[in-house]
Design a protein around this ligand. Structure first.
Ligand SMILES: Cc1cc2nc3c(=O)[nH]c(=O)nc-3n(C[C@H](O)[C@H](O)[C@H](O)COP(=O)(O)O)c2cc1C
Length: 173
């Protein structure tokens, strides 16, 4: 009799798209720190790093996991908005997409010299939840320069990994 064996490959074939925009490089620094920590722990995870200005609505939809990140900006002369490239991708070009429960997370940056400090964190979270994504963990907020905040970024990435680990595994028979 043929024995049926199910082998679980938790991260096999799974991809995460890190979609970000940046003006001074702060968000890219954070994203690279996340990628470093993810790559160390999840060897089989396919990591796609992509800037918002070259992304299409389909890029938001096609990844297994989605991470959005950007700084806060005075887009349209109003403080506390998304960085302009992210604003354009999410609210102009991808305003009507359905993320259908996609496991997602967000990182918002800002500066405490502004009254609406790091409001990008809330704006990204609102976009994900209002477009049907499943938020895997509370959004990471990075206030002021990120360069001495790597510990905080790594701790958050550990939580992100733990949440990914809890997702139903893909199985092969
Ligand atoms: C024109 C301009 C507007 C900004 N507006 C805000 C704001 O409204 N709220 C805030 O917390 N930070 C604001 N910031 C600070 C940036 O969000 C912060 O420096 C962030 O780390 C930049 O990330 P990035 O270089 O990846 O775009 C602003 C910065 C600039 C230059």
């Amino acid at each position: 009799m043929m024995e049926r064996i199910t082998v679980h490959y938790p991260h096999m074939n799974r991809s995460v798209t890190l979609l970000y925009s940046t003006s001074t490089g702060h968000t890219e620094f954070v994203i690279d720190a996340v990628i470093g920590a993810l790559g160390k722990e999840m060897k089989d995870l396919r990591i796609i790093k992509q800037r918002a200005e070259v992304s299409k609505p389909e890029d938001l939809k096609k990844a297994d996991l989605l991470l959005l990140a950007c700084g806060s900006w005075n887009t349209g002369n109003i403080e506390g908005q998304l960085q302009p490239y992210m604003e354009d991708l999410l609210h102009v070009r991808s305003s009507d997409i359905d993320l259908k429960g996609k496991p997602s997370a967000a990182i918002g940056l800002g500066d405490d010299r502004y009254h609406f400090t790091a409001r990008a964190a809330e704006k990204l979270t609102d976009y994900l939840t209002s477009h049907g994504a499943t938020l895997l963990l509370p959004t990471l907020k990075i206030i002021n320069e990120p360069f001495d905040q790597t510990k905080k970024i790594e701790l958050w990435t550990k939580e992100f990994i733990a949440a990914i680990d809890k997702l139903p595994t893909k199985s092969r028979e």
